[in-house]
Design a binder for this molecule. Structure first.
Ligand SMILES: [Zn+2]
Length: 68
């Protein structure tokens, strides 16, 4: 049972505990920007950047959301 890397699965993430995003395989979707706290436009979200302040998440900032 290795359910670690299921293709097509999306994992909720934050950026150093702020904002909200989704990890889709190797792609990152920015839903809520950790810098300007704006909800991202779908166009920017798909491109993995913030449409408001052009924030691009660095891989080291991405933290998986633990389902406590
Ligand atoms: Zn932003």
């Amino acid at each position: 049972m290795t359910g670690d890397d299921v293709p097509g699965a999306s994992t909720p993430v934050t950026f150093r505990g702020r904002g909200l995003g989704l990890r889709l395989g190797s792609r990152l979707v920015v839903l809520v920007c950790p810098l300007c706290s704006q909800r991202n436009a779908p166009r920017g979200a798909e491109r993995g950047i913030c449409e408001w302040c052009a924030y691009v998440p660095s891989p080291e900032d991405v933290e998986q959301v633990e389902d406590a």
